[in-house]
Design a protein around this ligand. Structure first.
Ligand SMILES: [Zn+2]
Length: 550
């Protein structure tokens, strides 16, 4: 025993170089490669911004003789959180647009629209997002006439919280050349100014595209928001060419602090980006893959189900592609070397995507990290098909807490067995990656971690949790939010844990997730965010960290 301890001390004495930085006096928590929680008290970072080691025993730290020390003040240190599925520019734009998240009635929506229109007389189009009629006392979709009553003269387009429906006023429909006689395209629906899924594009194409300056403002805004929530890496989904260019401009300027694993919006970027790129700007940006859609969303009844909707028996939702079409899209992306992520929410869509991935796995092997985005409603019979084909379930815990009442209505009580079934996915041997789908949900990862372990919302509802057998442990939740998300984005050799050789991307938080109850965990405040060993965000501006004896 004594010999082992001496060998350990010798290793500690030998390994840190004089210029390494010791971040001491921290309550370090991460998930090890074995899936278990690891605790440590100090972190050593090299001048290259990479982790040299974590140290579990402070009494040995004093022996290590490192000359540059930052006192962590006893705060909790976690690896930077990685959101496996978000919309970066969407977050930035929505933060700059009319915010309708949390509107509690149609009148509330109108009130916010009136105030925003008055405050932005220069905006030629008024764009907003985030309404959800399911939260209103009268659960009817807003109409063109509702918007006309507030803003008759300027085009107004307001997107539903899930991004799968918009409501437009008469002025916007006129500008788009849409009349009462315009038919809905396949995979879409139009009613009283509401445009669902594929019909959204009828209005969307008339909205003036953002300028490069608009995109730069949105990109910078999104980065600031994400770092403030302790998110240091993102699987950037459905990325447009304009988004990609804004990311590159921030990288060129040396101001990109997030690590972005980028998935292009279907095949639209192929002419400009025909293959995955290497990591750019010090491992900050990489075009990894291509994102496709197999169906819509549950809230707007666009999710494609095996059986009819319980609350609208004349529909099974929207199938976006025939089996042959989807297989062809997947095949083209895979042949170009891209990773593939496919949005699938309904059980029919999930089964279709699994079938397509099974064929790809036979051809390319199971290690191409085929991803299903959301995997919300699965037929329990399909879940065991994930692991053998190497399919990753990329899921969003806060969708479960936001959706549960709606999901019960859409599916009825007897079809919930494979709904948001995180623990069943893990038990099947498949890998899980967690995220938020921001700006559909807040990018704050902590309500997601709390939902993952409790199946309860921020208010603790419902008591005991919703289908609580699908809770995961804190270690499993943190793993999905760090290692799992890095793995899903082909970045697990660089980020996802504080291990020697990986980037020193970490956060300091105001509480310990291993001792906080779910209600408290959900309200965790990030105090500082560090990327590549440098502090890039702090809650309150404070003087430079104390450095001693250099
Ligand atoms: Zn999304």
């Amino acid at each position: 025993m004594r010999k082992t301890a001496l060998a350990l001390i010798a290793a500690l004495l030998a390994s840190p170089a004089w210029s390494d930085t010791l971040i001491s006096n921290v309550n370090g928590v991460q998930v090890g490669a074995d899936g278990k929680l690891q605790h440590f008290r100090a972190l050593v970072v090299g001048t290259d911004g990479k982790v040299r080691q974590t140290i579990a025993h402070p009494e040995l730290v004093r022996l290590a003789g490192i000359t540059e020390t930052i006192d962590g003040g006893g705060r909790t240190l976690l690896p930077g959180l990685i959101d496996a599925h978000g919309h970066v520019l969407g977050l930035g734009f929505s933060a700059l647009q009319l915010d309708l998240v949390g509107t509690n009635s149609l009148d509330d929506l109108k009130q916010r629209l009136r105030a925003y229109a008055a405050a932005h007389p220069e905006a030629r189009w008024i764009l907003g997002r985030g309404w959800n009629q399911e939260l209103w006392p009268v659960k009817a979709f807003p109409t063109a006439a509702d918007l006309d009553s507030v803003v008759p003269g300027r085009p107004v387009v307001l997107e539903r919280v899930d991004g799968h429906a918009i409501v437009a006023n008469t002025s916007a429909m006129k500008a788009a050349g849409v009349t009462a006689a315009t038919p809905a395209p396949p995979g879409g629906r139009i009613e009283n100014g509401l445009f669902v899924d594929n019909a959204m594009e009828l209005i969307g194409k008339a909205v003036p595209p953002p300028t490069a300056a608009d995109s730069d403002a949105a990109m910078a805004k999104a980065q600031d928001i994400l770092l403030g929530y302790g998110v240091t890496g993102v699987g950037s989904m459905s990325t447009s060419l304009a988004d990609w260019q804004a990311m590159k401009r921030l990288g060129e300027a040396g101001r990109l602090n997030l690590r972005l694993m980028v998935y292009a919006d279907e095949l639209k970027l192929l002419p400009e980006v025909p293959h995955p790129t290497p990591w750019l700007y010090g491992d900050k940006l990489k075009m990894v893959g291509i994102k496709f859609y197999a169906d819509g969303a549950l809230g707007s009844r666009g999710a494609w189900l095996k059986q009819p909707y319980a609350d609208k028996p004349d529909t099974r939702g929207l199938q976006f592609h025939s089996d042959a079409e989807l297989a062809d899209l997947h095949q083209r992306a895979a042949a170009a070397g891209f990773a593939i992520a496919t949005h699938a929410i309904g059980d029919a869509a999930n089964a279709q995507v699994i079938t397509s991935y099974e064929a790809l796995s036979k051809k390319y092997g199971p290690n191409r990290r085929w991803r299903i985005e959301h995997f919300q409603i699965a037929d329990p019979a399909d879940i065991p098909r994930l692991a053998p084909a190497g399919i990753i379930a990329s899921m969003q815990p806060t969708h479960q807490t936001s959706d549960r009442l709606m999901a019960e209505k859409r599916l009825g009580p007897n079809r919930l067995a494979g709904a948001y079934a995180w623990q069943t996915v893990l038990k099947s041997g498949a890998r899980l990656a967690f995220g938020t789908d921001f700006p559909v949900e807040s990018p704050d990862p902590f309500p997601g971690l709390a939902a993952a372990i409790s199946r309860q919302d921020m208010q603790g509802q419902p008591p005991g949790g919703w289908l609580p057998a699908e809770c995961v442990t804190l270690a499993q939740a943190l793993d999905a939010y760090t290692r799992g998300a890095a793995y899903a984005g082909f970045a697990d050799d660089k980020i996802g844990s504080l291990e020697p050789g990986k980037w020193a991307d970490f956060i300091l938080a105001d509480r310990d997730p291993t001792t906080a109850d779910p209600q408290s965990l959900a309200r965790t405040q990030v105090l500082e965010t560090w990327v590549a060993g440098k502090r890039v965000w702090a809650r309150t501006p404070s003087p430079a960290p104390t450095e001693r004896g250099k």
